[in-house]
Design a protein around this ligand. Structure first.
Ligand code: ZN
Length: 170
């Protein structure tokens, strides 16, 4: 490793490649290179420059250990995820999560246990496709309505339409 003093032209806050701390720029910027001097590792702060070679070696050793620890943890994670590829994947189907989404939406509106809403859900389930489709097309303004019941009704109809595959044409 080689440390060279270079003229600082930028005067931006630096980040020491050895200790990792931010530092204020000075006229001279110590730069760290590999042994051949061709590959630049980054800037060195004045504190590290003053602290000398033993400090720099200790900091580099600390970084090596931390990098190896991170690498080991990433490899362990990769092994774990790779093993998942051979295991079954359990997940809710589209209708289940759409229904869960609707339930959460109704709960958010405070209408989860509303009698009118419960009755409307049962009613929509009985509607023939063309009735549902007509409702979704003609009542689209209800989705943006300031009336919570209107919004809830449209969301119920929409979820029902989704489950029946009717919303793609809308
Ligand atoms: Zn430093």
């Amino acid at each position: 490793m080689k440390i060279r003093l270079e003229r600082n032209h930028l005067f931006m806050e630096g980040n020491c490649v050895i200790c990792g701390e931010a530092f204020q720029p000075a006229l001279l910027l110590p730069m760290v290179y590999d042994d051949s001097g061709n590959q630049q590792y980054g800037e060195l702060c004045t504190r590290c420059l003053e602290a000398g070679p033993a400090h720099i070696r200790a900091q580099v050793a600390r970084q090596v250990a931390a990098s190896r620890e991170r690498a080991a943890s990433l490899l362990a994670q990769a092994d774990q995820l790779e093993a998942e590829l051979d295991r079954p994947l359990e997940m809710p189907d589209r209708t289940t999560w759409q229904r869960a989404f609707l339930d959460a939406f109704l709960a958010e509106l405070g209408l989860a246990d509303n009698d009118e809403i419960t009755a409307f859900r049962a009613e929509v389930a009985m509607w023939p496709d063309e009735v549902l489709q007509r409702y979704l097309t003609t009542q689209i303004a209800a989705a943006q309505s300031s009336d919570k019941l209107q919004r809830a009704r449209y969301a119920i109809a929409w979820q029902s339409g989704e489950a029946r595959g009717l919303t793609e044409q809308l």
